[in-house]
Design a protein around this ligand. Structure first.
Ligand SMILES: [Mn+2]
Length: 347
């Protein structure tokens, strides 16, 4: 949670910002964080950050292109030093709101808000924090979608259920909400929409900045047709890959699933497999032949991942304790698998 003082400070920044640019992480929590703030002040532009793990300096050109007077960074764990340097050069205020652990050294001029600094053990999605700031009741549904997309059921979920009883489900639990309710379907629609071409993503943002209710997203219309189309396409692929993954399940503790093709959906596959096989450690590897994108789910997987990739050339990885992503070279995948299996046999 943010403190009242932090909330007031962020509000003040938002009020001062006449034409802010909101850089946000490429997932529904990032997207919903942007929507909450943009819809609150009814100003500013959104830019999806596709670079990982950090916001790279390339994105700085957007500040000039959009003629921005304020920079907001939402739900992004790391920001490059060069990006900060460029901001500092033109004296533009930076407000960074996030909930991940970071290795970035935050410069003095930047305003950094992270609930981990208030309470180290907390897990509070960025959209929760943004809703705390705006408190705009009409947009509560957006905050709920952001939170459940990050696997967190917020304390205002019951209020949501009262307002939209047909969209939630009784169990009030994740991941059931995500996979079995209409609310979850909206989160999946947003998630799919973000994986589209830039021009289509921009159209989606424009639509979501204006849409009044969750039903407006759920029901297909001329304004959201592309979003639905993209969802149907990705969901079709995902159903097929899940069926393939089910075939490699054995009695072991680790479910190791490799796939290729033109679409990388490791995060979504890993989440769904974790839902289907909650007791297993899930490893989903998307191999391009050059590099591999890996998603891991399970108890202490961050710790395990960091041990496994130690010494791998050009390997990156990180995230939450029980949900992490990594990038390694294709040639290291065999060793990755070996080391991970050895490590899980130990505990
Ligand atoms: Mn998040």
């Amino acid at each position: 949670m943010l403190t009242q003082k932090q909330i007031d400070e962020i509000k003040e920044h938002l009020e001062k910002a006449q034409n802010p640019v909101f850089f946000f992480d490429n997932d529904p929590d990032g997207l919903c964080s942007f929507l909450l703030l943009q819809r609150y002040i009814e100003r500013g532009k959104g830019v999806v950050i596709k670079s990982a793990p950090n916001l790279t300096v390339d994105y700085f050109r957007k500040v000039n292109e959009l003629n921005a007077d304020y920079v907001f960074i939402l739900d992004k764990p790391e920001v490059s030093e060069e990006f900060f340097e460029e901001c500092h050069k033109i004296n533009i205020p930076v407000v960074w709101i996030d909930h991940h652990e970071t290795t970035t050294k935050v410069p003095k001029f930047a305003n950094y808000y992270n609930p981990l600094l208030n309470d180290g053990g907390s897990y509070i999605p960025t959209s929760f924090l943004c809703y705390q700031v705006t408190g705009k009741k009409e947009d509560m549904w957006i905050a709920v979608i952001g939170c459940i997309s990050d696997w967190h059921v917020p304390d205002f979920y019951s209020d949501f259920e009262k307002k939209y009883p047909d969209l939630g489900i009784e169990s009030k639990k994740m991941p059931e909400i995500y996979y079995e309710s209409q609310l979850g379907k909206i989160a999946q629609l947003m998630n799919a929409g973000l994986k589209d071409r830039t021009t289509n993503v921009i159209r989606m943002l424009k639509f979501l900045m204006k849409v009044k209710t969750p039903y407006g997203v759920l029901e297909e219309s001329k304004n959201n047709r592309l979003m639905h189309k993209r969802f149907n396409y990705i969901d079709g692929k995902q159903r097929k890959l899940i069926e393939k993954a089910k075939k490699v399940v054995d009695d072991g503790r680790v479910l190791f699933f490799e796939y290729g093709g033109e679409l990388s959906i490791s995060t979504d596959l890993a989440n769904e497999l974790k839902y289907l096989y909650p007791d297993k450690i899930i490893v989903v590897a998307y191999d391009t032949g050059v590099k591999v994108n890996i998603s891991l789910r399970g108890k202490n997987v961050r710790e395990k991942l960091l041990k496994v990739i130690e010494g791998f050339e050009n390997a990156t990885g990180g995230g939450h304790e029980e949900a992490v992503g990594a990038k390694i070279k294709s040639e290291d995948l065999g060793l990755f698998r070996e080391r991970l299996l050895a490590l899980t046999r130990e505990d």
